[in-house]
Design a binder for this molecule. Structure first.
Ligand SMILES: [Zn+2]
Length: 123
């Protein structure tokens, strides 16, 4: 996140979301779950403060997050969990690279998300 006077406060813990790399909102944007138009209006959260999504990030550089309750991946269909892990982990890895890529925000999403958007007449 850009450091501005207002800052972006996490909807869950109330702390500053200082970096785009720790932003749940931008992670979901990279996955295509948030449209570019909705991005400025959505609430901000830390990735770690949203265990239902963060539990699917499987990377040595990411300390695993455990999600309990009905959304815990241990209780979900193995094929679904595998697909989620692949998709969320790739999105997280891309998000970690974004600050060094020097690309416009419209090119943040995963390649398949950008392709899908190009094929739509409306977003
Ligand atoms: Zn938080």
């Amino acid at each position: 996140m850009a450091r501005c006077d207002q800052g972006y406060l996490c909807d869950v813990c109330g702390q500053d979301v200082e970096q785009i790399t720790e932003s749940d909102l931008y992670l979901r944007y990279v996955m295509g779950e948030v449209s570019p138009l909705a991005l400025p209006k959505e609430r901000e959260r830390h990735i770690r403060c949203n265990p239902a999504t963060a539990q699917y990030i499987v990377d040595p550089a990411f300390e695993p997050v455990v999600c309990s309750g009905v959304f815990a991946k241990e209780g979900l269909d193995a094929v679904f969990v595998h697909e989620q892990e692949d998709r969320v982990t790739r999105a997280w890895q891309r998000l970690q690279e974004i600050p060094t890529l020097g690309i416009p925000i419209t090119e943040y999403p995963l390649p398949e998300v950008q392709a899908a958007w190009r094929n739509q007449t409306t977003v």
